[in-house]
Design a protein around this ligand. Structure first.
Ligand code: KIV
Ligand code: NA
Length: 275
């Protein structure tokens, strides 16, 4: 299993880092089978598996419930778990207690939180306490209300300058990696070059140190519309839909279950049963 320091080395060696989200046991097993470098138990689980329309309703209990399942499926992969909405804004003490719960109760190796300069204090405290932190910059979905929707961030020079400054602050505060979401690729390249720690992009072009995508987006599983930056490697919706429709049809027409899916009693036992 990789460690935080291995990700730094991968950046130095220009070896791309692959991150994928997972929210349950089978997905974690498959992610480990696919040899991803890091699994993210993202709070996107609120949208893709719980059906909320944002990540804001996701609770600590939700994260812990899913984090445990992921750990059971991928015991040999580095796991990052999201700190949910409002679990790291009230106080440093609250932040430490919540992140300790996430790590201790799920067995994840690091936490991720959204924000730059405004959460630098929390990143510093967590790192000091021995909890590795991934910072999340650019489009930060927990602030969707303030951002006014899921939009590309850092498009003008002023916003770009602020993002570069935030990324520097996160590195200075001790974050061992940064997730950079939905920013112009030129800005992502610039930030990647300026930082020593790895930058893992999503909707940030090809020049970051790694990429992260949401499991359900990659597989076309459950999700209907996906953002421009997603590449769908499969369309599980149609495969699953067709399979379930076939099951339903076979039950209705009596062709399932057939003998090959049924158990049989020996003739003599049957005779003595009816005696
Ligand atoms: O929750 C999540 O899936 C994330 C990724 C999109 C980076 O934070
Ligand atoms: Na997230």
């Amino acid at each position: 299993m990789k460690q935080t320091t291995d990700f730094l080395k991968m950046k130095e060696n220009e070896e791309k880092i692959v991150m994928l989200t997972a929210y349950d046991f089978p997905a974690a097993k498959q992610a480990e089978y696919a040899n991803v470098d890091m699994i993210l138990v993202g709070d996107s689980l609120g949208m893709v598996v719980l059906g909320y329309d944002s990540t804001v309703p996701v609770t600590m209990e939700d994260m812990i419930h899913h984090g445990k399942a992921v750990k059971r499926g991928a015991s040999n992969t580095f796991i990052v778990i999201d700190m949910p909405f409002m679990s790291y804004h009230l106080s440093t003490k609250d932040t430490l207690l919540n992140s300790a719960r996430l790590i201790q109760e799920t067995g994840a190796h690091a936490v991720k939180l959204e924000g730059g300069d405004e959460v630098a204090e929390q990143i510093r405290a967590l790192t000091k306490a021995g909890i590795p932190v991934v910072a999340h910059l650019g489009l930060t979905p927990q602030s969707v209300g303030v951002l006014g929707g899921y939009k590309v961030q850092g498009k003008n020079a002023e916003a770009a300058r602020k993002l570069i400054e935030d990324a520097r602050e996160c590195e200075k505060a001790g974050a061992f990696a940064i997730v950079l979401e939905c920013v112009p690729k030129q800005l992502a390249k610039q930030i990647t070059e300026e930082l020593t720690i790895p930058v893992i992009g999503i909707g940030a072009g090809k020049d970051t140190d790694g990429q992260v995508l949401v499991y359900h987006d990659v597989l076309g599983y459950g999700v209907e519309r996906v953002p421009k930056f997603v590449k769908q490697y499969e369309n599980l919706n149609s495969i699953i839909g067709d399979s379930l429709a076939a099951y339903s049809a076979e039950v209705k027409n009596g062709s399932f279950p057939d003998d090959s899916h049924s158990f049989k009693m020996k003739e003599e036992e049957l005779l003595s049963l009816y005696g």
